[in-house]
Write a new protein. Structure first.
Length: 290
């Protein structure tokens, strides 16, 4: 089945969201509409839709003119096996002692590393993004400095790569949670593929709101690789769940957002230990005094 895209740009969030809502009423109806800020400081937003039929050029032209947007660019996408494509494109990632790879690269795992098998799937956390890479590096540095996690949880776990990394190097059981049902299923599949079913438990939960998490705390290491807004909202619960002397590794934070996150967490007695920037993203290691 062919897929068509129609894309345009315009200034301002409110105008972009209004255009996105208007696109949902087009005929033929789009299968999905997205509104995204272009992160280049220009103030422009991209609005686009996916269609299984060629969209109506006249209707698109009228919409763009009415909203002050650039004319829509319509393209037909080639049919692609995206999982196969991802497998071809994603090369293994080394992050300190950890080596993240897909089964198609099993022959490339070197000696002396902690291997983490992650298959291409519908969840975030392959190690290629600066946020996941930063968290793995932060974990490696904590462990190299002599810290040992005895009660560990990965909030917003995605593929569970961070939970599995902790389980690889420490004997204690690890909890992993995600608000998304698909992510939890992907996480469980990855845990099984890595032979860690008896070490990592995956649950569906919003933040710490699950009996397994409440009974296992307080934690001495908490991962939360999500986004700035959810991280700030999570701060009171995370502070309540982090034991004295414990650490939190946070990411999903744009570089310019890091100071705000640091300030919020310091208000709960959880202070900056280390920060690392990888391209546009910052990973924070925060600690609570013993």
């Amino acid at each position: 089945m062919p897929t068509f895209t129609a894309l345009t740009t315009l200034p301002g969030k409110a105008a972009a969201e209004k255009l996105g809502e208007a696109m949902e009423n087009l005929m033929p109806e789009p299968t999905g509409v997205g509104v995204f800020e272009i992160e280049d400081g220009s103030g422009l937003w991209e609005v686009g839709g996916y269609f299984t039929e060629m969209p109506d050029d006249t209707a698109l032209a009228l919409l763009s003119a009415a909203m002050g947007a650039k004319p829509f660019v319509v393209s037909e996408l080639p049919e692609t096996d995206w999982v196969a494509h991802v497998k071809r494109e994603l090369s293994p990632v080394a992050a300190g002692r950890f080596f993240v790879y897909g089964s198609h690269d099993a022959d490339k795992v070197p000696d002396g590393v902690e291997p983490l098998l992650i298959e291409a799937a519908m969840a975030f956390g392959t190690g290629h993004h600066g946020t996941t890479l930063g968290c793995l590096r932060a974990l490696d540095r904590l462990a190299a400095g002599g810290f040992e996690g005895r009660h560990v949880v990965d909030i917003g776990c995605g593929t569970a790569v961070l939970a599995m990394a902790a389980a690889r190097i420490w004997p204690a059981p690890v909890l992993a949670s995600d608000i998304d049902e698909v992510a939890v299923e992907v996480a469980r599949s990855n845990v099984a593929a890595n032979g860690l079913e008896d070490r990592v438990t995956c649950v569906e939960a919003a933040g710490f709101d699950h009996p397994a998490l409440r009974s296992a705390g307080p934690f001495d290491l908490i991962f939360a690789n999500i986004l700035k807004g959810p991280l700030i909202a999570l701060a009171p619960d995370l502070a309540a769940a982090l034991r004295p002397g414990g650490y939190a590794i946070l990411s999903g934070i744009l570089n310019e957002q890091a100071d705000e996150v640091i300030s919020v967490y310091s208000g709960f007695g959880i202070n900056l230990v280390e920060r690392e920037e990888i391209v546009d993203w910052t990973t924070l290691t925060l600690g609570r005094k013993a």
